[in-house]
Design a protein around this ligand. Structure first.
Ligand code: GLU
Length: 483
């Protein structure tokens, strides 16, 4: 473990500790990002721990998704992931050390007794909490061979203050912290114990996590302090409890606000990893008015002082705008490969790359790039949207037939030359260019929205472009109105 095997004195060690019960939650991704940035900023290490002790709810699929999501965001770790479930024996060992040193005790209360206790507390309108009935009793009072759990003996006097790096000082009276279970009757450790032991053994110096764990910190610290008293070398970590992400309505981010898993932003929203990285960074952390911040700058600038105390509100419009920005900055070849993957099978990556400067000018998502590129690979006869079909009336088809004649003899298949030809034809017909461009667009793409029409002509190439135009122009009536 890092602490024993040489985490240099003073080196920052952070960890991301997801429970693999679903997907990589957007809030979890931000926690991971903050841990990663903090460690990188301080030249430290950042580790991944999979908290899979809830065997029923943890799945391999969820583990894979979390790791894939982190990888996609470019968050790497400085060691192989640690699986909490592998370490039950070590957790139990610490529980026994605490027991031997008098910082924990055996509790023989039966489930029925505890149920009765809770019912009594409920009736008396008291807070429901274990009443410490075995704290000062001797084990010999228990029935022979009776099962027991090991509970932590939390100090009942005084109070505990955490100087949280985000929340500031937070104080809780020790009497309010319960003597919770460390080791169950079957000898398995509880989650609360496991976290503390793992953080220690991994050499974690800074615990950066969601503020839904702030209460847990007050329950975890007594274990740390007891172990420090027993064997030394268990310093308090620095805690940083980051406010959760809320939806635009101020309620905790949930499915009804849209995607909550990182993969949803990738697959359904068509967001690039650098956009989500930057958005999550700026969500709850600020550096002046800076909007776009590169990874390198983020590492340079990130610190916990910049993390806000209030919950951050998720704003999908902002993410989409930011995504548009990053799409325009992205390498065309890379975008072409991303889009090709989504167009099942044999999309021509080179053609996509060639089209990308045109496709990406207005796109706010990969989905829009995919949609915008569809015309490139459409097969004749083109499927027409209703609006496109409506544009292709007899008059329009006649015009296309005339245009086609001119384009057939056009050798210079460039935007400038095509534009010049089309304009002169429009002038000849005494029409605005739009009157010609709209049916051209319909014929060439089957839709009414596409990149600039001359870009479309060039990207399709002379042969395919004319074949598409002719497929519509062929139906044109002759000059006398007969077909
Ligand atoms: N496994 C916990 C969670 O996913 C995090 C525990 C921690 O960071 O201490 O919420």
């Amino acid at each position: 473990m890092a602490s024993d095997s040489g985490t240099p004195e003073g080196q920052v060690v952070t960890r991301f500790a997801p429970s693999p019960t679903g997907y990589l939650h957007i809030g979890g991704a931000r926690t991971a990002l903050f841990n990663w940035l903090f460690a990188r900023h301080h030249g430290g290490r950042t580790l991944l721990r999979i908290e899979d002790t809830d065997r029923k709810r943890s799945t391999q699929d969820a583990i894979d998704k979390i790791i894939e999501g982190l990888d996609w965001l470019g968050l790497d770790f400085d060691d192989a992931p640690l699986f909490q479930s592998d370490r039950a024996e070590r957790h139990a060992e610490v529980a026994r050390q605490l027991l031997a040193a008098g910082h924990a005790y055996k509790c023989y209360a039966t489930p029925e007794e505890l149920e009765q206790m809770r019912a009594d507390q409920r009736a008396a309108k008291q807070p429901m909490r274990y009443d410490r009935r075995w704290r000062d009793r001797d084990g010999s009072e228990a029935p022979e061979g009776a099962p027991f759990v090991i509970r932590l003996k939390v100090p009942t006097e005084g109070e505990t203050t955490i100087e949280d790096a985000v929340q500031g000082p937070v104080t809780v009276k020790n009497a309010e912290i319960d003597d919770y279970v460390l080791l169950r009757a079957d000898g398995t450790p509880t989650y609360m114990l496991a976290v503390v032991v793992d953080d220690h053994d991994m050499g974690v110096t800074h615990v950066i996590r969601g503020d839904d764990h702030l209460n847990n910190a007050f329950r975890q610290l007594p274990v740390i302090r007891a172990m420090d008293a027993i064997e030394g070398g268990w310093p308090d970590p620095v805690y940083a409890h980051v406010p959760l992400i809320h939806g635009p309505d101020g309620a905790k981010m949930s499915k009804r606000h849209g995607a909550v898993g990182v993969e949803g932003y990738r697959d359904e929203e068509g967001v690039l990893p650098e956009a989500l990285f930057n958005y999550l960074l700026r969500l709850g952390w600020g550096h002046g008015d800076r909007e776009e911040i590169s990874r390198e700058e983020a590492i340079e600038l990130f610190d916990l002082d910049g993390v806000g105390k209030g919950p951050a509100r998720f704003d999908i419009k902002k993410l989409q705008n930011l995504n548009g920005h990053y799409i325009r900055e992205a390498d065309d070849g890379r975008l072409a490969r991303i889009v090709a993957e989504r167009l099942d099978g044999d999309a021509d990556v080179d053609l996509l790359e060639q089209a990308m400067p045109v496709l990406k000018t207005r796109a706010k998502s990969v989905n829009e790039l995919v949609e915008g590129s569809q015309f490139l690979f459409a097969k004749r006869p083109l499927e027409m949207t209703e609006k496109a079909a409506a544009l292709l009336d007899d008059e329009a088809r006649q015009r296309l037939a005339g245009l086609s004649k001119m384009l057939h003899v056009q050798n210079d298949w460039t935007i400038e030359a095509l534009e010049a030809t089309t304009k002169s034809y429009a002038e000849q017909l005494e029409l605005g260019l739009g009157k010609l461009a709209q049916p051209m667009r319909a014929a060439l793409t089957g839709t009414t929205t596409s990149p600039g029409i001359f870009d479309v002509l060039v990207l399709l190439g002379k042969e395919e472009a004319l074949a598409r135009i002719d497929a519509q122009a062929a139906d044109a009536p002759g000059p006398d109105g007969n077909r």
